[in-house]
Design a protein around this ligand. Structure first.
Ligand code: ARG
Ligand code: ZN
Length: 856
């Protein structure tokens, strides 16, 4: 069913107290939910509770059996009720058969829950909406030897023994919360304990629960948590509020992690790390996800969303907060580059496709489909623009006012912007349009220099092309970081505010025609066309103040070059020569030891996926081949320069520490080139075998994957032997196989899906294998005969009945076909129709497929 943001109505009934009694059995878990309900509406409308896949056992009102109810269409409609009453509902559920990983389910030997967005209704009949905030008291019962830990939100208030080897624990969470923040975990774990003393001197117990035997891999996560807690105190004055903070790592999880009050549940991928088994990127992501979920305690839990259309209220803001934290912990520049790559690869693609939506969507069929790169990452970009506009202190004032006004409430994105506005007396009326308008704005720049008047006029225009969801677009408030460069370096550095369709900005006292370096640090989530030629671009690469702009100019040079080589349709500048790129890289290599992080990023070509988003239409094979050819040419031309850098990089025992991370990154980027040369295969194998850490092992494997089939096959065999019993690590191996551009790629996928560690029920495995294929194997997925599309579709038909959320994420590459040729488009359409014709197709997949086919 379609839900609209404009249809919001305040609840007819509210629940302020919940008592849950959960008796755990694999197939017959009993749930008794006792609530204090109050009618808020003036009329006598019935109470409509949400519930999915529940077996109803009894309904009582004020302790007496109640029969005036009906179960229909995933609701329980209770009628004839008094104004205020105690409602007791008993249901039975089957966690062991719950493969959707939503509600209460088994993850391996443990029970756990995932309730956001609308999973609580799979546990009991309830008012499953975030503006119903209640205090919870939860009793969990289970077998004591199998489930020594029985966890829920808040503090333990009672525990004891029961008959038949069972025991119970009762938890109380004093902070009212929406039901999507409820959590329960039962199992046997290794426990890592620590503590944190808050700024005001309160002691908080920190507990991290991981699979037995994985204790040593938990320390980085725990350290990350302490850093995040301290950072939020220092940066935003926000302290933790309960006496205990628990994190549980589970192997079966649909997303990254979940911020349940006082009891985060994490995909074990974002908890477990040691140098042997995890890469620097893994370490980075663990720290950032741990921080993200922690930061939700204020931005999400203490202040939550009124309705799910407001999701970016908590997600955009919390992503921005975790980004700021990561920038403070490590390299701000590399962080920013990675964030911008996510926007250009994935968010631009989403906005250009059938699922385009504003960061605050207006229409939703399945809420789980809106945990998107638009709501999260573009949402964070919008918050970042506010931060740019108001400054560090102004932003902080806004945050303070937001908490002062809304602590303990369920609110809207408008409430957030209003607090920012009022705290700074800064009119944000126009700015708010970012919340309601979808699509990627196109900004064009042109300059006019007047030697006589020593004046430079910069004209900016903006236009947002129509998107699938919105035909009409209006101008937005776009901050444009602007640097004007002369022969002697930077003449002007400022932020321009573009608010109209066209505006001209005048700069006086400019002594020479400048080169324009615009949108520094990606100051707004837009596409920029500045009409400058490749020699202006080279000038930026060499001389811009802003290192981000140097990287970005290099990316544009690569992009224009590759699209021209590949004959893509679109707007590209006259390209630089191959020799020109070689010389630019040579000069970068000369600076490599001084700024390894920047140089490493500047040596990287745009990903294939980013390139696709830059063109109107591409020829998949030509673009892939052009990229590959340039990489080979660069490797051949710069072999000696690259070797010289590799040899200068020091060997050192692994530590996740900034200097080392940057040097490893540079070394592995260089191997991506050198690994293409026959004469360096022995050295590449040594790079793999001599490594004392996963970052270099994986770096060698990636280099071999692109560079040499034989080396790749040999190293992959070695890797599998080493890690065959560790599925989380083996995911890297599944991913490398699935994204390798091999002719026999589908039969390899068949073999891999028969691997003893592969399981269609585990989202990490499915994403590693099929996700890597569909998102990151353009040659295989877009094979001209349509075999890749058919292959994915066959799997989607099998995965959807198991886990609709996973299937719906995996269908994305089949829905973003705008840049492809008409033959491929029609091959894709055939497969989308096959999906649509699947009996019992989930609403999740239906929403995306029907939009892609334009029938909804
Ligand atoms: N709130 C979680 C986070 O971003 C994400 C949970 C989303 N779950 C889902 N089933 N869509 O931290
Ligand atoms: Zn989040």
């Amino acid at each position: 069913a379609i839900k609209r943001r404009s249809d919001y109505q305040s609840p007819a009934y509210v629940i302020q107290h919940v008592e849950l009694d959960i008796d755990l059995y694999p197939h017959e878990t009993r749930v008794i939910c006792t609530t204090q309900v109050e009618r808020k509406s003036a009329d006598q409308q019935p109470l409509v509770l949400d519930g999915v896949d529940l077996q109803l056992l009894s309904v009582r009102v004020n302790g007496a059996d109640w029969t005036n109810y009906v179960e229909k269409e995933q609701t329980l409609v209770v009628d004839g009720l008094p104004d205020a009453f105690t409602l007791t509902i008993e249901t039975q559920i089957d966690p062991a058969n719950n493969s959707s990983l939503e509600g209460l389910y088994k993850s391996g030997d443990a029970y756990c829950t995932q309730c956001e967005a609308e999973g609580f209704r799979k546990i009991t009949y309830f008012l499953d909406r975030p503006d119903i905030m209640a205090e919870y008291r939860v009793t969990v019962r289970g077998n004591k030897s199998a489930y020594p830990y029985l966890l829920s939100n808040g503090n333990v208030v009672a525990k004891g023994e029961l008959d038949d080897g069972r025991h119970f624990v009762t938890w109380h969470d004093p902070f009212p919360k929406p039901c999507y923040l409820f959590a329960l975990v039962a199992g046997d774990f290794d426990l890592l304990s620590d503590n944190f003393v808050t700024a005001s001197g309160r002691e908080v117990a920190l507990e991290l629960y991981v699979d037995k035997g994985k204790r040593e891999r938990g320390y980085h996560a725990l350290d990350s948590l302490k850093r995040a807690m301290a950072w939020d105190e220092q940066t935003f004055g926000l302290e933790y509020d309960l006496d205990i903070y628990m994190i549980v790592a589970v192997d079966f999880f649909n997303m990254g992690a979940m911020e349940n009050k006082g009891l985060n549940v994490f995909n074990s991928k974002y908890v477990l790390a040691d140098g042997q088994s995890a890469t620097d990127d893994d370490y980075f992501h663990i720290e950032s996800v741990i921080a993200h979920e922690y930061f939700h305690n204020w931005t999400g839990n203490r202040v939550t969303c009124r309705d799910w259309f407001q999701l970016s209220l908590k997600e955009g803001l919390t992503v921005f907060r975790d980004q700021q934290f990561s920038a403070d912990m490590a390299s701000p520049l590399v962080n920013r580059i990675n964030q911008v790559n996510v926007m250009r690869e994935h968010q631009f693609a989403e906005d250009a496709g059938p699922m385009s939506h504003p960061i605050r969507p207006d229409v939703v069929m399945e809420m789980n489909n809106f945990y998107t790169v638009t709501v999260y990452d573009k949402g964070a970009e919008v918050i970042r623009m506010l931060h740019t506009l108001l400054g560090v202190q102004g932003f902080r004032r806004g945050m303070d006012l937001y908490f002062e006004r809304h602590d303990g409430q369920a609110v809207t994105c408008d409430d957030f912007v209003q607090a920012m506005q009022d705290a700074n007396q800064h009119d944000l009326t126009l700015f708010k349009r970012w919340y309601s308008q979808s699509g990627t704005p196109v900004v064009r720049a042109s300059g006019e220099y007047d030697q006589q008047a020593r004046q430079f006029k910069l004209t900016l225009t903006q236009h947002t092309p129509a998107t699938a969801d919105q035909a009409e677009k209006q101008p937005l408030m776009i901050p444009v970081n602007t640097e004007l460069l002369g022969n002697q370096g930077t003449m002007v550095q400022t932020v321009l505010s573009l608010t109209q369709a066209q505006q001209t900005f005048v700069f006086d006292n400019i002594d020479q025609a400048p080169v324009m370096s615009l949108l520094g640090n990606f100051s707004a989530p837009v596409r920029l066309y500045d009409g400058q030629n490749s020699s202006a671009r080279q000038h930026i690469v060499m001389y811009a103040n802003d290192p981000f702009s140097r990287w970005d100019a290099m990316q544009t040079l690569y992009g224009d070059y590759l699209h021209c080589q590949a004959g893509s349709a679109g707007e590209f500048a006259e390209p630089i020569s191959t020799a020109g790129i070689v010389e630019l890289q040579r000069s970068l290599l000369n600076q490599a030891m001084d700024s390894p992080a920047l140089v490493a990023e500047m040596l990287c070509l745009p990903s294939f996926e980013t390139l696709v988003q830059q063109a109107e239409q591409i020829d998949v094979d030509a673009l892939f081949d052009a990229r590959n050819a340039l990489l080979n040419q660069l490797a051949e031309a710069l072999e000696q320069d690259m070797l010289a850098v590799v040899q200068q990089l020091p060997a050192q025992a692994y530590d996740y520490q900034q200097n080392q991370v940057e040097q490893r990154r540079l070394r592995n980027v260089l191997w991506l080139y050198l690994g293409r040369l026959d004469q360096h295969q022995a050295a590449l194998k040594s790079h793999y075998h001599d490594a004392d850490n996963m970052t270099d092992c994986l770096g060698a494997l990636r280099a071999a994957q692109e560079g040499n089939e034989q080396t790749f096959d040999q190293l992959m065999v070695a890797f599998e032997q080493r890690w065959q019993d560790d599925p989380l690590v083996l995911d890297k191996w599944f991913g490398l196989h699935a994204s390798a551009p091999r002719k026999d790629c589908l039969s390899r996928l068949d073999l891999l899906s028969g691997h003893k560690q592969f399981s269609l029920n585990n989202p990490n495995r499915v994403r590693a294998l099929l996700g890597s294929f569909a998102f990151y194997n353009p040659k295989g997925f877009h094979a001209k005969d349509g075999s890749g599309y058919r292959y994915l579709t066959d799997y989607l038909k099998r995965i959807d009945p198991i886990n609709p959320q996973v299937a719906a994420r995996l269908v994305t590459p089949l829905t973003q076909f705008r840049h492809l040729d008409s033959e491929r488009k029609s091959l894709i359409e055939t497969q989308l129709h096959r999906l649509l014709d699947t009996p019992n197709l989930s609403g999740d997949v239906f929403e995306k497929v029907s939009k892609a086919l334009g029938i909804q």
